[in-house]
Write a protein that binds this ligand. Structure first.
Ligand code: R2B
Ligand code: URA
Length: 291
């Protein structure tokens, strides 16, 4: 389009997008705004300590207070930071929120004439049969019916779009994580994308629940038997939208609990923070390697 408003990002094509965003090579996203600001600061620190710091310094968007600038602040929906070749942005919770962001982000990258961009989701999830704090690198994504597709109703018709990840990227992340010094497990596995946090994730602690604990455990074991290692709420949309538009992508999530042991997320704040840093460390290692 010759004129386009990326409404939820508060960006439009009236400005020189190739000049401002044309150097983007890595996009990292995760649900929470705070986590993506924290990641942006880690990237800033990494770039400022790299041999090419001089090159990057003018490519980091700062506000009047000399802090990282939320370039989408005016829209009041997502927080987005530009740190040299890296965009760090939060996608909110669930497929619908992620879908809106991806449409506008992919258009932004197109208008800015970016090439060979890699996208990551660094998220949280519920683990299945893994110790809390384990990191899962998704090698496939399915919905609650165990179909490896993102299903969309478009123009009155059901569309099934394959939710497939780039195998070479998954292999590389697995290899990188094996080389990292760490005191937690990292596994590769299938990720189930649910459309809510409670009933479609087989929880029994929601406001509405029509099954008991035995049915819940049987269901979760069935998921484990089908290779599923974690449950979250964005994977099928992320994998399929990136694949459809030719963008390499990967999802790395920490697990906050083992769902076979319970439903409540009640880890203390510092433990939670230490878990959430784990996927960030891996993606930062990838970016460092490819800078
Ligand atoms: C993981 O955590 C969020 C729900 O708590 C959701 O965005 C997801 O995928
Ligand atoms: N996010 C989810 O979607 N599920 C969990 O159990 C934990 C985090």
């Amino acid at each position: 389009m010759t004129q386009d408003t990326l409404y939820h990002l508060a960006i439009d094509t009236n400005e020189d997008l190739p000049k401002r965003f044309g150097d983007i090579r890595f996009v990292a996203m995760g649900g929470s705004a705070g986590r993506m600001l924290a990641f942006a600061k880690r990237v800033q620190n990494e770039l400022m300590n790299s041999p090419k710091a001089n090159e990057y310094i003018d490519r980091i968007e700062m506000n009047e207070l000399n802090e990282l600038k939320n370039v989408s602040e005016k829209a009041g929906r997502y927080c987005m930071y530009k740190i040299g070749p890296v965009l760090s942005v939060n996608h909110g919770m669930g497929v619908s929120s992620l879908n809106i962001l991806l449409h506008e982000l992919i258009k932004l990258l197109h208008y800015a004439k970016c090439r060979n961009v890699v996208m990551f989701r660094i998220g949280t999830s519920g683990g299945l049969g893994v110790e809390p704090g384990t990191v899962v690198i998704s090698d496939s994504a399915c919905d609650e019916l165990l179909d490896d597709y993102y299903k969309l109703n478009i123009m009155g018709e059901r569309h099934w779009r394959p939710a497939i990840f780039d195998r070479s990227l998954v292999d590389e992340l697995e290899q990188l994580s094996n080389e990292m010094k760490r005191n937690y497990h990292t596994v590769r596995g299938r990720t189930m994308c649910a459309s809510d946090f409670y009933e479609t994730q087989s929880r029994i602690d929601g406001a509405i629940c029509n099954y008991g604990i035995n049915e819940k455990i049987a269901r979760l074991r069935h998921l484990v038997d089908n290779g599923i290692r974690n449950i979250e709420m964005e994977a099928t949309a992320f994998a399929s939208m990136c694949r459809y538009t030719g963008i390499r992508c990967a999802i790395v999530c920490c697990t906050l609990l083992n769902r076979l042991d319970g439903d409540q997320v009640n880890v203390d704040k510092s433990t939670l923070e230490s878990y959430q840093i784990r996927p960030q460390e891996l993606i930062l290692a990838y970016i460092r390697k490819h800078l």
